[in-house]
Design a protein. Sequence first.
Length: 277
Amino acid sequence: MAFNFNEKISNENSTLIVDALNLAFRWKHQGRTDFRYEYERTVQSLATSYGCKRILITADWGSSSYRKRISPEYKQNRKDKISKQTEEEQLQFEEFIEEFEASMEVLKENHTILRYKHVEADDIAAHLVKNREKYDLGTIWLISSDKDWDLLIQENVNRFSYVTRKEITIENWGQHYEVSPQEYISLKCLTGDKGDNVPGIPGIGPKRALQLIKEYGDAFSIYDATPIPSSYKYIQALNENSEQILQNYELMDLITYCDDAIGSENVLDIGRILNAA
């Protein structure tokens, strides 16, 4: 269902969690570098529309050191792309980042920003979802166009994409995916994530991944089933690259590994901030 900004959703206790840099790209795609105050108004408008009394801004701060230790090639494709930019493109990107940082300064005057060096917003959001009841966050609305955040969808946790203008909820999940929310991580372990430079199993796309999940179960069950006797090349590739399944699980299962990715001291800091709010 497309989001209707004119329709307010009443909720006694709900929280808006914003994927800060992801939302900022909305203005970058428009060629804008003057969006700091519009950014704040957009966040507040979303909170009002969803009836969220609490706003938490989660922001990346460099690459994830946790994932880089597991796979040095993690997101290397993005750095390679930036290195190939023209001088004009580099200048435009630098101006965008400067405006994004200025937006964070504006936001922190009235809102909580959770940001830690070498930690990704994905992991901070996952920690908040994982501890939703502990932090008394109520119903959560995730604001991101990143489908990785669909790994966080569960009862009372939903996502709104500013790009598609659509909501992803546990109730309408089947309209977006052929696998269940619990199977989604297994699908990603098999197919990988090109955007994050996480390789999948050669020859296995969503359809074949779905077949394997239906036949063998989750990612661990598929791994345990290997080597699978078969003349099909994609099964042979699965047998040869089965360890990739386990590595991908560590790289992409946000809920399970978010605290490891954030670090114990930062996890404690999040608790202190939210308990003091």
